[in-house]
Design a protein around this ligand. Structure first.
Ligand code: FAD
Length: 627
């Protein structure tokens, strides 16, 4: 008889990064009993790794900034494939979410006149990223956790226990969402998972679940993402009947470390370029001037002199091309390396040492200084860094209603990196931290109010629980099964080699046949040992999530015959206005296969369209749309 620990909540939040914590706070403030579940240790999430800052048009450094400029930049960065309503809400609400963090105790860097300081970042017209040195994510998580502790103290005073209404379950992995399907309508009834340390199973009965599980990067070998980003939330949503959109759009951040091999992929923050760093090839040439695409030509400097003047006089000069959106810079680096102008380790040079005094570098980029000194024995105040593209962020994700974050299944919500639409085909740096605050809050609020509408709590179906137990135990019962680490490595090879930064039809077709072979092998995955802290078993369970999400990416990448943002097809190198009107949507068939369909993108409302010059829109839209 298998023992299952049981809990009862109003709202279960899966993920303790910024989106999850913000959602949990909001649901608790609405009076709900809330669980926060996190696969990793509490406080260890992507959010904590965020370096550069959170984008919000507060206008503290340049008063010309406002939500409309931020909205425009976000749509441009996403090449107009964004869900316009999400981009609008995000641009309008981000400043309030940042100021609110201050009321929770966040200590941002300051301008000389005492306002929250804001820094430049790629694709943002004005200095817009609220930051704390290059450790912004750490401050964000610290502050949100502090808020949670203060709410728990209130609960202790009122109800006698700290965790009476808000409890954290750390190192607990959710493997399945549970549904009540009575009356033919699917409703969330709870979530099932296991404690990583003991291997014991746990069941959360709850009418509302917020997915805040972050990204998918561990399907690639060279990635800035850490071990837990295996696309769990994406896969949980699919299996529960929700849809994923835009899965072909993956952001390869232009600057990951490339040497030594053991640290390949670790992020080098964009702030290095925002604060004056420039990219050079192995001939010592500053090459980005040659890679400014026509759609951005008007906004970027043509000469190094103009680019350098911009740092001190941004109103009368144009930005340096190193600050183009990430997809453009990543492709440029890729081209330089391919043309034989890269470093021996396959990167290019990022130089801030020759551009800024050592003291300034140490003050503004302390983490980068330590990262390079400790991991590569490079002193960035006197030597250039070696950098190259690394898989960083997934723009695709769970399709949500922009206002409520509802994921299309009753009781299911999604926010943060796991959700799709907000960033279109390419996310601007800094827009994720603000995204997770804006939509984390909304998800918590609407999940809480959904539970108020229920006449009766949904019921957990025992058969589903038994199936989830069986699914989880199968790898342990299998003698001589496939090794999960070999399978992950093979999956990473397929995705890196065939569905990487530059894609081709033949390779994408090959990736799908290799993924279908992997599907068979993953069905036979085995794990030795028992349930007590067994990482091989955990990976065996993660693999089916990684596989289904990778299949969505490969299928959508094959289908989209154009290049846009984080999807570059060598055989279709241009953006095609016809494809701008299309979201590619993935759902699961009853037999568990990925079904891909086209869905029209909602047209921007006239008031938002009026924020752009018609000549700019003409670069993205069809004549019919423009008329
Ligand atoms: P995360 O912070 O990724 O949290 C996900 C949570 O879900 C974790 O707690 C995890 O344990 C949990 N989880 C996952 N699966 C399960 C499961 N099955 N069961 C239970 N729990 C689960 N963005 C910016 O805007 N500005 C920046 O400066 C910036 N810098 C970055 C630097 C680095 C190195 C990286 C990697 C990313 C950076 N980003 C930045 C991107 C940004 O940090 C992330 O997109 C964002 O933090 C994602 O937040 P989230 O709340 O959606 O998820």
């Amino acid at each position: 008889m298998i023992n299952i620990e049981k809990h009862w909540y109003d709202v279960v939040v899966i993920g303790a990064g910024g989106a999850g914590l913000r959602a949990a706070i909001e649901a608790r403030l609405a009076g709900k009993k809330v669980a926060i579940i996190s696969k990793s240790l509490f406080g260890k999430a992507h959010t904590v790794m965020a370096e550069g800052g959170a984008a919000a048009a507060m206008g503290n450094v340049n008063p010309n900034d406002n939500w409309m400029v931020h909205f425009r930049d976000t749509m441009r960065g996403g090449k107009f494939l964004n869900n316009y309503r999400m981009a609008e809400l995000h641009a309008k609400e981000a400043p309030e979410r940042i100021w609110e963090l201050e009321t929770y105790g966040a200590l941002f860097d300051r301008t000389k006149d005492g306002k929250i300081s804001q820094r430049n970042f790629g694709g943002h017209e004005y200095p817009r990223l609220a930051h704390v040195g290059d450790r912004t994510g750490l401050e964000l998580i610290r502050t949100l956790q502090q808020k949670i502790v203060s709410l728990q103290q209130e609960d202790k005073a009122q109800h006698g226990a700290y965790d009476a209404r808000l409890r954290v379950f750390a190192e607990c992995t959710i493997t399945e969402l549970l549904l009540d399907e009575t009356g033919g309508q699917k409703r969330i009834a709870g979530a099932f998972g296991y404690h990583r340390e003991s291997g014991e199973f746990v069941l959360f009965e709850a009418p509302a679940v917020v997915l805040a599980t972050g990204g998918v990067g561990r399907s690639y070998k060279v990635t800035s993402n850490s071990w837990e980003y295996t696309g769990d939330g994406h896969a949980l949503a699919l299996r529960a009947g929700a849809k994923l959109i835009n899965m072909e759009f993956l952001q390869f951040h232009p600057t990951g470390m490339v040497w030594p091999p053991s640290v390949r992929g670790i992020l080098v923050t964009e702030s290095v370029r925002g604060d004056g760093g420039i990219l050079k090839n192995s001939d010592g040439k500053r090459f980005m001037f040659e890679y400014v695409p026509d759609v951005f030509r008007k906004q970027y400097a043509e000469t190094p002199e103009e680019a350098d003047r911009w740092y001190t006089d941004p109103d009368n000069n144009r930005r340096p091309p190193e600050l183009l959106p990430r997809d453009e810079v990543a492709r440029a680096i890729n081209s330089e390396v391919k043309a034989g102008r890269g470093t021996k380790a396959g990167g290019v040079y990022l130089d801030i040492a020759s551009r800024r005094p050592a003291a300034e570098i140490l003050k503004k980029l302390p983490s980068m200084y330590h990262q390079f000194k400790e991991l590569a024995d490079v002193d960035i105040t006197s030597q250039p860094m070696e950098v190259g593209p690394t898989c960083h962020y997934v723009m695709g994700g769970v399709e949500v209603d922009p206002d409520t974050a509802s994921a299309g299944v009753l009781g299911l919500y999604a926010a943060g990196e796991v959700s799709g639409g907000m960033h279109g085909s390419n996310r601007l740096g800094g827009n994720s931290l603000s995204d997770l605050l804006v939509f984390g809050k909304r998800a918590g609020e609407y999940a809480a109010s959904y539970t108020d509408t229920l006449a009766k709590r949904p019921k957990v179906n025992d058969k589903q629980v038994a199936a989830a137990v069986e699914e989880a135990l199968t790898p342990l019962a299998r003698d001589g099964g496939e090794n999960p680490y070999t399978l992950q490595s093979d999956l990473q090879d397929v995705m890196g080699d065939l569905v990487g930064i530059i894609r081709r039809k033949g390779e994408l077709q090959e990736s799908l046949s290799r993924l279908s072979e992997l599907k068979e092998r993953i069905r036979k995955v085995g794990a030795t040992g028992g349930r007590r802290y067994n990482p091989g078993w955990h990976l065996a369970l993660d693999l089916r999530n990684m596989l289904v999400v990778s299949e969505c990416t490969a299928k959508a990448a094959l289908e989209r015959e154009e290049s846009r943002g984080g999807h570059t097809r060598e055989d279709f190198p241009k953006m095609d206005p016809k494809w701008r009107q299309v979201n590619l949507v993935c759902a699961l068939t009853p037999t568990g296969d990925v079904d891909l369909t086209h869905q029209p993108i909602p047209m921007m409302t006239p008031d938002l369209l009026a924020l752009f010059d018609k000549s700019e829109l003409a670069k993205y839209m069809t004549d019919k749309e423009l008329s």
